[in-house]
Design a protein around this ligand. Structure first.
Ligand code: HEM
Length: 328
């Protein structure tokens, strides 16, 4: 007889406010009774006791519906979390093999311009570093038992997971602050406009050498990443806070819904961010400097953000068109 069943029977024998019909359907002390028989006899009705502490949810002794939720966790959800992450890594590897690194076609000019100031870089790296740790510690919760436990053993995995859980719960706060900061700094540059359509029609110039569709501070692809981060980050924040304070967050069914949304959103956003990290580092020559030193090469800027360069250099007329030069 499992530990769970022993505890369950002990609680039953104390008769903590159990409803009559539940006990009548099965004799919980019979030697042949199994855990499954007990759950089956309970049907979908939760067994609710009485508590005198403020956390009313603590009165739920057994929640049979948790069995289907646990099955969803063990099978479907694990695949739905791992699937998009593996898929994007494979796609990026194929893209790299076919397209290679995207170079600055006109070569580096040696002149640089400021792309992101210190505050913007601070906000980005706070968001990025906390997100990466949250994603890794979150993934450990979902697939650590399959992937990491066999590699490092139970003791090390236990320690790692305990620290990981602490990191996950505490780093969520700086992540949320950075998310708000990034929203305040960049929302205005991420409002969709007509130029985005041109960028999309030309595949962002990513697919073919020598193609450079115009863009302002952020192009359509970056806007997509920005809004995925903001909306995905907001959904993660809301569902995460609900799970941190379950007593305030509704019924057990609500917690399970929040947990499922949290895991699926995290997986989707992680896949998007892996693509972002690729293009911001190895995938494109000159891109990392924007968030490294904050200064980018002028030729890189003209190839990828031509309208933005014209704006900051005062080369743009009132309607957003390049100014006519005196000789024209
Ligand atoms: C090692 C990891 C990362 C690297 C190397 C990196 C690199 C970059 C670079 C170079 C830019 C500027 C692109 C430009 O000049 O136009 C940028 C922008 C940005 N990054 Fe990251 N990043 C990383 C991680 C992250 C993470 C984890 C997040 C969010 C959770 C994030 C969110 C953003 C956003 C919202 C922008 C502005 C929009 C965009 O350019 O797509 N970054 N990043």
């Amino acid at each position: 007889m499992s530990n769970l069943l022993t505890r369950f029977l002990a609680v039953l024998s104390l008769a903590v406010g159990l409803s009559g019909p539940v006990i009548a359907q099965v004799n919980p002390t019979a030697s042949s009774v199994t855990e499954d028989q007990l759950f089956e006899s309970l049907g979908t009705a939760p067994v609710v006791g009485r508590v005198t502490i403020p956390d009313a949810a603590a009165a739920y002794l057994i929640k049979p519906e948790n069995k289907s939720w646990a099955a969803l966790q063990a099978e479907t959800l694990h695949l739905l979390v791992v699937g998009p992450i593996v898929a994007i890594i494979v796609l990026l590897a194929l893209f790299y093999l076919v397209r290679g690194r995207i170079r600055v076609d006109s070569g580096l000019s040696g002149r640089t311009i400021l792309r992101f100031n210190a505050l913007e870089r601070f906000a980005h790296w706070t968001l990025a570093s906390t997100f990466i740790i949250l994603a890794l510690t979150g993934l450990n919760i979902v697939v650590g038992r399959w992937l990491i436990l066999p590699l490092i053993g139970a003791d090390a995995f236990g320690t790692l997971s305990a620290w990981g859980k602490l990191a996950h719960n505490f780093l969520a706060w700086p992540f949320m602050i950075a998310l708000v900061l990034v929203l305040l700094l960049w929302a205005v540059h991420n409002i969709p406009n007509a130029v985005d359509w041109q960028w999309i029609k030309q595949g962002g110039g990513l697919l073919k050498k020598g193609v450079h569709p115009p863009a302002r501070k952020f192009n359509a692809g970056q806007k997509l990443i920005f809004w995925s981060v903001i909306l995905g980050g907001a959904a993660l924040s809301f569902t995460g806070i609900m799970m941190l304070f379950p007593a305030q967050a509704g019924t057990p069914a609500d917690w399970q819904l929040y947990q499922t949304i949290h895991a699926l959103t995290a997986a989707g956003l992680t896949a998007v961010i892996i693509a972002h990290i690729y293009i911001g580092s190895v995938g494109m020559e000159g891109a990392f400097d924007a968030m490294g030193s904050g200064e980018v090469d002028e030729n890189w800027a003209r190839e990828h953000h031509s309208l933005w360069v014209e704006e900051i250099k005062g080369e743009t007329g009132a309607a957003g068109h390049p100014k006519a030069h005196p000789a024209e």
